[in-house]
Design a protein around this ligand. Sequence first.
Ligand SMILES: Cc1cc2nc3c(=O)[nH]c(=O)nc-3n(C[C@H](O)[C@H](O)[C@H](O)COP(=O)(O)OP(=O)(O)OC[C@H]3O[C@@H](n4cnc5c(N)ncnc54)[C@H](O)[C@@H]3O)c2cc1C
Length: 450
Amino acid sequence: MAVIFWFRRDLRLKDNPALLAAIDSGEPVIPVFMIDPALWDRAGAPRQGYLVDALQQLDRSLHSHLVVLHGDPAAHLPEFAERMNASAIYASADFGNYGQRRDARVRDGLMGAGVRCELIGSPYAVAPGRVAKEDGTAYRVFTPFYRAWCRHGWRAPALPAPADGDWLADATSHSDGYPTVAIPDGMTIPTAGEEQAWQRWDDFRQHRLARYQELRNRPDVSGTSGLSVHLKWGEIHPRSLLAALGNDDGAETFRKELCWREFYADVLHQAPASIDASLDSRFDAMPWSDNQEHFVAWQHGRTGYPFVDAGMRQLLAEGWMHNRVRMVVASFLVKDLHQRWQDGARHFMRLLVDGDSASNAHGWQWTAGCGTDASPFYRVFNPVLQAEKFDPSGDYVRKYIPELAHLPGKAAHQPWDHAQGYDRGYPSRIVDHSVERQVALDDYSVVKNT
Ligand SMILES: Cc1cc2nc3c(=O)[nH]c(=O)nc-3n(C[C@H](O)[C@H](O)[C@H](O)COP(=O)(O)OP(=O)(O)OC[C@H]3O[C@@H](n4cnc5c(N)ncnc54)[C@H](O)[C@@H]3O)c2cc1C
C-alpha cells in the first residue's frame, strides 16, 4: 500500500502539516501535482511559467519523486490512486470557490474507489470562516476583523521538513511531465521555490522590515517583501512569517498586510459570488463604458499618464506590480475610463504571478468603492499627485517608460509641461483627468440615489 500527497497551493516541505500527516501514516508517499486545465488555462504565461519553475524546484527537494499529472483531478486522481494501490490521499484544504467544488467532486470519486481523503491545514494562518462576530456572522470591515484575528491566534510553525527517503520510488514512470511555457520576450519572472522564499524573507526581515511602514508605499525603492508570489503557491506559510514578527511599527504594519490577505480570503469564502460580482450591487447600474481603444491603451501602458503607464508596463515586464500602483491603475480604469472593475481584474489575473482570486477581486472592489471596507467611490486618485508623492524622483516612471527616460526628476510625471516631453514618442493623454473625475462623480449619483 501507499498514500498520495497531493500538492496544490502548498509547494513546500517545511511546516506542512498535511504532508507530515501523510508521512506519519507509515506508508510510502507518492507526491503528486495535477496540472488542472480549469486553472491552468485561466493563467497567462507568467503564472504558468512560475508554476513550472516552482514544481521543478519542489521536485529537486523531493529528489526527483514528484509525479506531474495532467487533467481534471476528479476524473484522474481516483483512478491513479487505485492503480497505485493507495489507501488515502492527503492534501491541505483549499478555501477558494473552484477549489472547494473540485475537492467535493474528488472526494466523491475517491469514496467510490474506497480511498480516504484527508484535508489538513490551509494556506492561511487562520482558515477562512473561523473568525466571526459574536453573533456568528462574518466581518465586513477590516479593523475589527484584524483585532479578532489577532485574538484568535495561530499555531507556531514548529513542524520540521520531513526526512529523506519517505517517497515511493517507482511512481514517477506515471508522470505526464512538465508543460512547456513560452515566456514573452522581454519578460522576467521571479525565481521560484521554497529556498528562494526563505531567502527573500530573511533578506526582507534583516534589511527592510524595520522601515516597512515608511517605505511600503514607494514603488521606486524596494520597500516591500516581494513575498506575494511565494505565499500564493505556499512556498512559505504565513505562520512562519508571523512567528518571527515583533511589535515594532514595521512588524505591526506587516502583520496587518498579511491579515488583508486572510481577510479577503474570508470575505470570498463567505460571499463566493463576489469573485465577479460587486458586493454593493448598486454599482451594476452605473453607466459603464465599453471603449475598447481605452481599455487596450490601459493594458499596454499607453494612457499618457506616466505613473499609470509605468505600472501597466511593470505588469507586462515582470508579471507583478507594486501595491500602490495597483491601486492607482485600478482607480484609473474605473474612475477615469469608467470601465468595469471585473475587466481589469481579469487582465490582472492573466498576468500576475501572484494572481490570487480573493486578493485580486477584493483589491479591485476596494479601489472601485463597491467592496468590503471599500475606499469610497468619490475618493478618486489623481495619477499625477500620486506619482509626485510616491515616486518623488521620477525613477520608477523612467525605469519602465523609455520614452520618458530623458526627462529629469519630477518632469517625468508631466511630459505635457516639458519642451522635450514628447520627443521620444510618448503618447499624449487619452482623457483629461479633471474632466473624467467629474464624470465619475456624476455617474456615481446613480448609486447614491438607489
Ligand atoms: C487591484 C489590486 C489587485 C491585487 N491583486 C492581488 C493578487 O492577485 N494577489 C495578491 O497576492 N495580492 C494582490 N493585491 C494586493 C497587493 O497589491 C499585493 O499582495 C502586494 O503588492 C504584493 O507585494 P509584496 O509581497 O511585496 O507585499 P508586502 O507589502 O510585502 O506585503 C506582504 C504580504 O501581505 C499581503 N498583502 C499586502 N497587501 C495586501 C492587500 N492589499 N491585499 C491582500 N493582501 C495583501 C500579501 O500576501 C503580501 O505578499 C492586489 C491589490 C490591488 C489594489
